[in-house]
Write a protein that binds this ligand. Sequence first.
Ligand SMILES: [Zn+2]
Ligand SMILES: [Zn+2]
Length: 280
Amino acid sequence: MQTFTLHTHNHEQNFDGRNSAREMIQTAQDKGFSTIGVTNHLIVHPNMPSYTADMPMFFNNFDEAEKVYMRHIEILQNLKSDFKIDIKIGFEVDFFTSPDWRKHFEKMIKKLPVDYIISGSHFLKEKDESFICNIFHFKNIASSIDDETLHRLIINHFDNIIAAIKSGYFTFIAHLDYCTIFGLGDTPEYDEYKYKIIEALKQTHTPFEINTSGYDRINRPHPAPWMIELLAENHGSVPVLISDDAHFAEHLGRHFDQAEDLLQKLNYTNRFTLDMLKKP
Ligand SMILES: [Zn+2]
Ligand SMILES: [Zn+2]
Protein backbone atom coordinates (compact mmCIF):
# COMPACT_ATOMS: atom_id res chain seq x y z
CA MET A 1 0.00 0.00 0.00
CA GLN A 2 1.32 3.44 -0.93
CA THR A 3 2.31 5.40 2.19
CA PHE A 4 2.58 8.82 0.54
CA THR A 5 0.22 11.23 -1.16
CA LEU A 6 1.93 13.72 -3.43
CA HIS A 7 -0.86 15.64 -5.14
CA THR A 8 -2.83 17.72 -2.61
CA HIS A 9 -4.24 21.23 -2.36
CA ASN A 10 -5.11 23.64 0.45
CA HIS A 11 -6.45 27.17 0.87
CA GLU A 12 -3.45 29.07 2.20
CA GLN A 13 -3.28 32.38 0.33
CA ASN A 14 -6.62 31.63 -1.37
CA PHE A 15 -5.50 28.62 -3.36
CA ASP A 16 -8.48 26.43 -4.24
CA GLY A 17 -8.31 23.76 -1.52
CA ARG A 18 -10.99 23.93 1.18
CA ASN A 19 -8.86 23.22 4.25
CA SER A 20 -5.78 24.97 5.60
CA ALA A 21 -2.35 23.47 4.98
CA ARG A 22 -2.19 22.63 8.70
CA GLU A 23 -5.50 20.71 8.55
CA MET A 24 -4.44 18.81 5.44
CA ILE A 25 -1.09 17.83 6.92
CA GLN A 26 -2.62 16.85 10.27
CA THR A 27 -5.22 14.67 8.54
CA ALA A 28 -2.62 12.97 6.34
CA GLN A 29 -0.56 12.24 9.45
CA ASP A 30 -3.64 10.92 11.32
CA LYS A 31 -4.49 8.68 8.38
CA GLY A 32 -1.05 7.08 8.66
CA PHE A 33 0.72 8.58 5.66
CA SER A 34 4.49 8.93 6.09
CA THR A 35 4.78 11.75 3.52
CA ILE A 36 2.47 14.43 2.16
CA GLY A 37 3.33 16.51 -0.88
CA VAL A 38 1.64 19.90 -1.16
CA THR A 39 1.01 20.90 -4.76
CA ASN A 40 -1.10 24.00 -5.07
CA HIS A 41 -1.67 25.38 -8.54
CA LEU A 42 1.02 27.33 -10.34
CA ILE A 43 -0.90 29.07 -13.10
CA VAL A 44 0.71 32.06 -14.81
CA HIS A 45 0.19 33.27 -18.36
CA PRO A 46 0.21 36.80 -19.85
CA ASN A 47 -3.02 36.02 -21.74
CA MET A 48 -4.99 34.86 -18.72
CA PRO A 49 -8.67 35.67 -19.47
CA SER A 50 -9.98 38.84 -17.83
CA TYR A 51 -12.68 36.94 -15.87
CA THR A 52 -9.90 35.44 -13.75
CA ALA A 53 -8.83 38.91 -12.57
CA ASP A 54 -10.51 38.50 -9.18
CA MET A 55 -9.48 34.84 -8.82
CA PRO A 56 -6.36 34.89 -6.67
CA MET A 57 -4.65 31.75 -7.99
CA PHE A 58 -4.58 32.88 -11.64
CA PHE A 59 -1.71 35.19 -12.52
CA ASN A 60 -0.88 37.07 -15.70
CA ASN A 61 2.44 38.26 -14.34
CA PHE A 62 5.40 36.14 -13.24
CA ASP A 63 6.84 38.70 -10.80
CA GLU A 64 3.58 38.94 -8.87
CA ALA A 65 3.14 35.19 -8.89
CA GLU A 66 6.66 34.59 -7.66
CA LYS A 67 6.07 36.67 -4.53
CA VAL A 68 2.97 34.64 -3.64
CA TYR A 69 4.74 31.32 -4.31
CA MET A 70 7.77 32.33 -2.22
CA ARG A 71 5.52 33.24 0.69
CA HIS A 72 3.61 29.98 0.23
CA ILE A 73 6.77 27.91 0.49
CA GLU A 74 7.76 29.84 3.61
CA ILE A 75 4.38 29.08 5.25
CA LEU A 76 4.82 25.37 4.52
CA GLN A 77 8.41 25.29 5.72
CA ASN A 78 7.33 26.85 9.01
CA LEU A 79 4.82 24.04 9.54
CA LYS A 80 7.40 21.28 9.23
CA SER A 81 8.60 21.38 12.83
CA ASP A 82 5.02 20.86 14.13
CA PHE A 83 4.58 17.44 12.48
CA LYS A 84 6.09 13.97 12.42
CA ILE A 85 4.93 13.39 8.84
CA ASP A 86 7.44 14.36 6.16
CA ILE A 87 6.26 17.39 4.18
CA LYS A 88 7.37 17.81 0.59
CA ILE A 89 6.75 21.11 -1.17
CA GLY A 90 5.81 21.27 -4.82
CA PHE A 91 3.41 22.86 -7.28
CA GLU A 92 0.95 21.56 -9.87
CA VAL A 93 2.10 23.56 -12.86
CA ASP A 94 0.06 24.48 -15.91
CA PHE A 95 2.75 24.15 -18.56
CA PHE A 96 2.64 26.26 -21.71
CA THR A 97 4.72 25.83 -24.83
CA SER A 98 5.47 29.36 -26.00
CA PRO A 99 9.20 30.25 -25.80
CA ASP A 100 8.36 33.36 -23.82
CA TRP A 101 6.40 31.41 -21.20
CA ARG A 102 9.17 28.84 -20.89
CA LYS A 103 11.82 31.51 -20.49
CA HIS A 104 9.95 33.23 -17.65
CA PHE A 105 8.95 29.96 -16.03
CA GLU A 106 12.47 28.57 -16.03
CA LYS A 107 13.80 31.78 -14.52
CA MET A 108 11.19 31.69 -11.73
CA ILE A 109 11.27 27.99 -10.91
CA LYS A 110 15.04 28.07 -10.39
CA LYS A 111 14.48 30.56 -7.58
CA LEU A 112 11.67 28.64 -5.84
CA PRO A 113 13.00 26.14 -3.28
CA VAL A 114 10.64 23.27 -4.18
CA ASP A 115 11.18 19.53 -3.84
CA TYR A 116 9.38 18.71 -7.08
CA ILE A 117 6.77 19.91 -9.54
CA ILE A 118 4.01 18.01 -11.28
CA SER A 119 2.28 18.75 -14.56
CA GLY A 120 -1.46 19.33 -14.53
CA SER A 121 -2.84 20.64 -17.82
CA HIS A 122 -6.18 22.37 -17.27
CA PHE A 123 -6.39 24.65 -20.31
CA LEU A 124 -7.90 24.64 -23.76
CA LYS A 125 -5.84 26.88 -26.00
CA GLU A 126 -5.02 28.13 -29.43
CA LYS A 127 -1.59 26.97 -30.55
CA ASP A 128 -0.11 30.46 -30.30
CA GLU A 129 -1.72 30.89 -26.82
CA SER A 130 -3.46 34.11 -27.88
CA PHE A 131 -6.56 32.40 -26.42
CA ILE A 132 -6.44 30.19 -23.34
CA CYS A 133 -9.34 28.96 -21.21
CA ASN A 134 -9.34 26.85 -18.09
CA ILE A 135 -11.56 23.83 -18.84
CA PHE A 136 -13.28 24.39 -15.51
CA HIS A 137 -14.51 27.76 -16.83
CA PHE A 138 -15.31 26.52 -20.33
CA LYS A 139 -19.04 26.17 -19.67
CA ASN A 140 -19.25 29.96 -19.33
CA ILE A 141 -18.04 30.56 -22.88
CA ALA A 142 -19.07 27.28 -24.58
CA SER A 143 -21.95 28.88 -26.50
CA SER A 144 -19.56 31.25 -28.27
CA ILE A 145 -17.26 28.46 -29.52
CA ASP A 146 -18.15 26.53 -32.70
CA ASP A 147 -17.50 22.77 -33.06
CA GLU A 148 -14.53 23.14 -35.36
CA THR A 149 -12.80 25.55 -32.98
CA LEU A 150 -13.54 23.32 -30.01
CA HIS A 151 -12.08 20.32 -31.82
CA ARG A 152 -8.88 22.30 -32.46
CA LEU A 153 -8.68 23.52 -28.84
CA ILE A 154 -9.01 19.97 -27.53
CA ILE A 155 -6.26 18.68 -29.82
CA ASN A 156 -4.05 21.54 -28.63
CA HIS A 157 -4.83 20.55 -25.05
CA PHE A 158 -3.60 17.00 -25.67
CA ASP A 159 -0.55 18.28 -27.56
CA ASN A 160 0.22 20.50 -24.59
CA ILE A 161 0.31 17.44 -22.30
CA ILE A 162 2.72 15.73 -24.69
CA ALA A 163 4.95 18.81 -24.69
CA ALA A 164 4.84 18.92 -20.88
CA ILE A 165 5.99 15.29 -20.76
CA LYS A 166 8.82 16.00 -23.17
CA SER A 167 9.92 19.15 -21.31
CA GLY A 168 11.55 17.01 -18.63
CA TYR A 169 10.53 19.50 -15.91
CA PHE A 170 8.12 17.24 -14.08
CA THR A 171 8.42 14.52 -11.46
CA PHE A 172 5.14 13.07 -12.68
CA ILE A 173 2.22 13.92 -14.93
CA ALA A 174 -1.18 14.37 -13.28
CA HIS A 175 -4.58 13.39 -14.74
CA LEU A 176 -3.59 12.55 -18.35
CA ASP A 177 -7.17 12.89 -19.60
CA TYR A 178 -8.47 15.70 -17.36
CA CYS A 179 -10.76 17.12 -20.05
CA THR A 180 -12.84 13.93 -20.18
CA ILE A 181 -14.26 14.70 -16.71
CA PHE A 182 -15.97 17.63 -18.40
CA GLY A 183 -17.18 15.56 -21.34
CA LEU A 184 -14.52 16.96 -23.68
CA GLY A 185 -12.19 14.79 -25.76
CA ASP A 186 -13.88 11.59 -24.61
CA THR A 187 -14.93 10.26 -28.05
CA PRO A 188 -12.82 7.76 -30.08
CA GLU A 189 -11.64 10.46 -32.51
CA TYR A 190 -9.28 11.65 -29.75
CA ASP A 191 -7.79 8.23 -29.01
CA GLU A 192 -4.85 8.87 -31.33
CA TYR A 193 -3.74 11.76 -29.08
CA LYS A 194 -4.03 9.59 -25.99
CA TYR A 195 -1.84 6.97 -27.70
CA LYS A 196 0.68 9.74 -28.36
CA ILE A 197 0.62 10.70 -24.67
CA ILE A 198 1.31 7.08 -23.72
CA GLU A 199 4.13 6.92 -26.27
CA ALA A 200 5.70 10.13 -24.91
CA LEU A 201 5.62 8.78 -21.34
CA LYS A 202 7.32 5.57 -22.47
CA GLN A 203 9.96 7.38 -24.54
CA THR A 204 10.89 9.75 -21.73
CA HIS A 205 10.34 7.29 -18.82
CA THR A 206 8.14 9.90 -17.16
CA PRO A 207 6.00 8.69 -14.22
CA PHE A 208 2.22 9.28 -14.22
CA GLU A 209 -0.51 9.24 -11.60
CA ILE A 210 -3.75 7.38 -11.30
CA ASN A 211 -5.98 10.18 -10.09
CA THR A 212 -8.66 8.75 -7.81
CA SER A 213 -10.87 11.86 -7.88
CA GLY A 214 -12.30 10.27 -11.02
CA TYR A 215 -14.02 7.53 -8.99
CA ASP A 216 -16.19 10.27 -7.43
CA ARG A 217 -16.60 12.44 -10.51
CA ILE A 218 -17.02 10.01 -13.42
CA ASN A 219 -17.06 6.60 -11.74
CA ARG A 220 -13.63 5.55 -12.99
CA PRO A 221 -10.04 6.53 -12.32
CA HIS A 222 -8.31 8.82 -14.73
CA PRO A 223 -6.60 8.25 -17.01
CA ALA A 224 -9.17 5.81 -18.36
CA PRO A 225 -8.47 2.14 -17.48
CA TRP A 226 -7.60 1.28 -21.10
CA MET A 227 -4.75 3.81 -20.97
CA ILE A 228 -3.51 2.37 -17.67
CA GLU A 229 -3.69 -1.10 -19.23
CA LEU A 230 -1.48 -0.05 -22.13
CA LEU A 231 1.04 1.47 -19.72
CA ALA A 232 0.95 -1.71 -17.62
CA GLU A 233 2.73 -3.84 -20.23
CA ASN A 234 5.79 -5.70 -18.86
CA HIS A 235 4.93 -4.91 -15.21
CA GLY A 236 4.59 -1.23 -16.12
CA SER A 237 6.56 0.66 -18.72
CA VAL A 238 6.84 3.79 -16.56
CA PRO A 239 6.51 4.26 -12.77
CA VAL A 240 2.97 4.82 -11.54
CA LEU A 241 1.66 6.39 -8.35
CA ILE A 242 -1.78 6.88 -6.88
CA SER A 243 -3.00 10.44 -6.18
CA ASP A 244 -6.12 11.67 -4.43
CA ASP A 245 -5.82 15.25 -5.75
CA ALA A 246 -7.40 16.15 -2.40
CA HIS A 247 -8.90 19.63 -2.12
CA PHE A 248 -10.61 18.59 1.16
CA ALA A 249 -8.97 16.86 4.14
CA GLU A 250 -11.50 14.02 3.96
CA HIS A 251 -10.41 13.30 0.37
CA LEU A 252 -6.88 12.33 1.42
CA GLY A 253 -6.28 8.73 0.39
CA ARG A 254 -9.72 8.39 -1.17
CA HIS A 255 -10.21 5.21 -3.21
CA PHE A 256 -6.53 4.26 -2.90
CA ASP A 257 -7.69 0.68 -2.17
CA GLN A 258 -9.59 0.53 -5.48
CA ALA A 259 -6.60 1.86 -7.43
CA GLU A 260 -4.31 -0.63 -5.64
CA ASP A 261 -6.67 -3.46 -6.67
CA LEU A 262 -6.54 -2.26 -10.28
CA LEU A 263 -2.73 -2.15 -10.30
CA GLN A 264 -2.53 -5.59 -8.74
CA LYS A 265 -4.95 -6.99 -11.31
CA LEU A 266 -2.76 -5.55 -14.09
CA ASN A 267 0.42 -6.84 -12.38
CA TYR A 268 1.68 -3.24 -12.50
CA THR A 269 4.69 -3.52 -10.19
CA ASN A 270 6.74 -0.58 -11.51
CA ARG A 271 5.76 1.79 -8.71
CA PHE A 272 6.86 5.35 -8.10
CA THR A 273 9.16 5.76 -5.09
CA LEU A 274 10.05 8.91 -3.18
CA ASP A 275 13.64 8.90 -4.44
CA MET A 276 12.16 9.77 -7.85
CA LEU A 277 11.16 13.25 -6.64
CA LYS A 278 13.28 15.69 -8.59
CA LYS A 279 13.93 19.37 -8.39
CA PRO A 280 13.21 21.04 -11.71
ZN1 LIG B 1 -5.22 19.30 -11.71
ZN1 LIG C 1 -4.66 18.98 -8.50
